[in-house]
Design a protein around this ligand. Structure first.
Ligand SMILES: [Ca+2]
Length: 179
């Protein structure tokens, strides 16, 4: 029987992981979720100096990489790499791509137009906060694509609201007021 020699060559598969990235490109805050990750994203706005220097607090359930356009504007908060904070005045609108898997998007406050595509998977989006009397101010277009969308407070100052969804749930405190 002929002996077979084993190759000592180790095949290295290129499994380069592209992390979820927050960047500012052309005045648009872009968030691109890593392929394969289940993202749980939350958007908050913190009033600083009486509202003259509002800060965006952007949270994911996984680590966020800051793109070149966001570096120096956004920085990590709360001692980890899954919360970033930066000035709302540094960009004009949001564009979120949550990628595959079953993702969730929670929007507490905005004051900027937002487009969100939750991508493949069974995804949910919710517009809410603990104080439903505080409306969500958009100041432009609001466009969300998710299998389930729940609105639990007033959406104000929107030039256009577009929900692409299988299940739209409007809570008792909610209203949508496009201008
Ligand atoms: Ca995802």
């Amino acid at each position: 029987m002929k002996a077979t020699s084993r190759s000592s060559t180790i095949e290295i598969l290129e499994t380069r992981i592209v992390p979820s990235t927050l960047d500012i490109v052309g005045g648009v805050l872009r968030y691109t979720a890593n392929s394969g990750s289940i993202n749980s994203i939350a958007i908050f706005v913190e009033s600083v100096n009486g509202g003259t220097d509002n800060q965006l607090l952007f949270r994911d359930s996984e680590n966020i990489t800051l793109g070149l356009g966001a570096q120096g504007i956004f920085s990590y908060a709360f001692g980890g790499q899954s919360d970033v904070r930066g000035s709302l005045s540094a960009f004009d609108s949001f564009d979120l791509d949550l990628g595959d898997q079953n993702d969730s998007l929670f929007i507490d406050r905005l004051t900027k137009p937002l487009t969100a595509d939750t991508g493949a998977g069974t995804d949910s989006a919710r517009i809410s906060n603990s104080n439903n009397s505080t409306p969500l101010v958009v100041n432009g277009a609001l466009s969300i694509k998710a299998e389930t969308i729940r609105v639990d407070k007033a959406v104000n100052s929107a030039t256009n609201v577009s929900f692409t969804t299988d299940n739209l749930d409007i809570g008792q405190f909610a209203s949508i007021n496009a201008t």
